[in-house]
Design a protein around this ligand. Structure first.
Ligand code: PLP
Length: 454
């Protein structure tokens, strides 16, 4: 891959190559062991066991080389074995893997906080706290907002996904598989209508961002009252809910309303953050400056790390000891984050994400013009989606969506699906994927869609 800044050299051949049908015999053997050892509640979208990964490929235990269009759900933007990350992890592990920042602190945590304070939107004074997962970051953003405002209510949106812990299940919209039978859920969570331009227009609603924001704000004021709301939490582009890009104006109007009402505006950038959408953070597209941003996934080159970064006055309002956790900001994960941030900067991965979008979107749009099973093509940068419907309608077609993903996999391309209705193909390639490999994967996807639709 070549970017404006430099070029990437790969350890593994960047090719799609199948030496067995998928899953191959070794993957089948591991699946049998897994059935006897791993709880059935943990799913895997692809029945193929990984052995190695680099750049845009995952090599499985049978020696098949698959093109990765999922990045482990938007995590391995710098690749799954970025040499800089691998070296930093090994070097840190050789000294200490853990002391607990709440016991004996260390420099890496402080440096990550400094970097995130500088990188996230807004030039106001900021503070950062580090955790392990996206859900944990969201939980803590809400804790801070409630303490700082002295209010209880939290506003989330239709199609939202914020995690699988109790509070984040409450914030997440979709019941199956995330919430079903796991209640009762945390109280004082209110769900508001999202801006979903494709479906808003199909439903005859005004689809522009200002109108969609008015609908949400009207409901917030009627159901809760602005002075009772601690926080509004929103993904700038919704992830699991279907890669829904709100209409322009929606985010700024909600952020402005939050400001006017003393409400903490939390941007959940767990999936959209760290160059994925062509900017460091998706909020930047409309110049929105959140009070708190939640971060994870792409932050540390695949190592488990998450963060909340936000207004110093909010984060410093919490009493000492009120925030933390045994592993939060683990030193190995911090070393990985600093290395991943260096790689993202050196390779100018925001620009690379834009280039991926510029390369893929015209092809996806051309296909949409040809096939009436494609209701919508959307996305920004390297966060792209195809919404599949029954021909001539807006009725979701989850079966077709599954069929397409299965056909792509059989041909050696890992593709993820998502969406409230399970009818969205989402593309999240590692940002270090080369053009040739990306083109090959898109050709496989186009063929899979054509064949499944036929
Ligand atoms: C927007 C968003 N928030 C929160 C989460 C939860 O992150 P984690 O799975 O690391 O807990 C996710 C995960 O997909 C996400 O996409």
């Amino acid at each position: 891959m070549t970017t404006a800044a430099t070029s990437v050299s790969y350890r593994l051949p960047q090719v799609r190559s199948l030496v067995t049908p998928l899953p191959g015999p070794e993957s089948v053997r591991l699946a049998e062991r897994r059935r006897a050892a791993v709880a059935a509640g943990v799913g895997s979208s692809v029945p193929v066991y990984a052995m190695d990964a680099d750049g845009g490929v995952i090599v499985d235990v049978d020696g098949n080389s698959l093109i990765d269009l999922g990045s482990g759900i938007a995590v391995t933007s710098v690749g799954a074995s970025d040499p800089r990350v691998a070296e930093a992890v090994a070097a840190q592990a050789a000294h200490f893997t853990h002391t607990c920042f709440m016991v004996t602190p260390y420099e890496g945590y402080v440096t990550v906080a400094e970097r995130l304070n500088a990188l996230t939107p807004g030039d106001h004074a900021k503070r950062t706290v580090l955790f392990n997962s996206g859900a944990e970051a969201v939980e803590n953003a809400v804790k801070v907002a409630r303490l700082a405002t002295g209010r209880d209510a939290v506003v989330a949106f239709d199609h939202a996904y914020h995690g699988r812990t109790n509070l984040t299940m409450a914030l997440t919209a979709k019941t199956m598989p995330y919430k079903k039978d796991f209640g009762p859920f945390a109280p004082e969570v209110y769900r508001m209508p999202m801006s979903y331009p494709y479906r808003d227009a199909a439903a005859g609603l005004e689809a522009d961002g200002a109108a969609a924001a008015r609908r949400a704000i009207d409901q917030i004021e009627k159901q809760i009252g602005g002075d009772a709301v601690a926080a509004v939490i929103l993904e700038p582009i919704q992830g699991e809910g279907g890669f829904i890009v709100p209409a322009p104006g929606f985010l700024p109007a909600l952020a402005a309303w939050a400001k006017d009402n003393g409400v903490v505006f939390i941007a959940d950038e767990v999936q959209t953050g760290f160059a994925r959408t062509g900017a460091w953070f998706a909020c930047e597209d409309e110049g929105v400056v959140p009070d708190i941003v939640t971060l994870a996934k792409g932050i540390a080159g695949g190592m488990p790390l998450s963060a909340i970064t936000g207004r110093a006055d909010l984060l410093d309002a919490v009493h000492p000891g009120g925030l933390g956790g045994t592993y939060g900001g683990n030193p190995v994960a911090c070393a990985a984050a600093l290395a991943a941030l260096d790689t993202m900067t050196e390779l100018d991965l925001p620009a690379r994400a834009r280039a991926i979008g510029d390369r893929a979107l015209p092809r996806l749009r051309a296909l949409a013009a040809e096939l009436d099973v494609i209701g919508d093509v959307r996305g920004r940068g390297a966060m792209l989606a195809i919404e599949l419907v029954r021909p001539g309608t807006v009725e979701p077609d989850p079966e077709l969506t599954k069929d397409i993903a299965a056909r792509a996999l059989a041909a050696g391309v890992v593709i993820l699906t998502c969406g409230t209705y399970g009818n969205v193909i989402r593309l999240l390639p590692p940002l270090v994927i080369g053009d040739e490999l990306l083109d090959d994967a898109l050709t496989v996807l186009e063929t899979a869609i054509r064949e499944a639709a036929a």
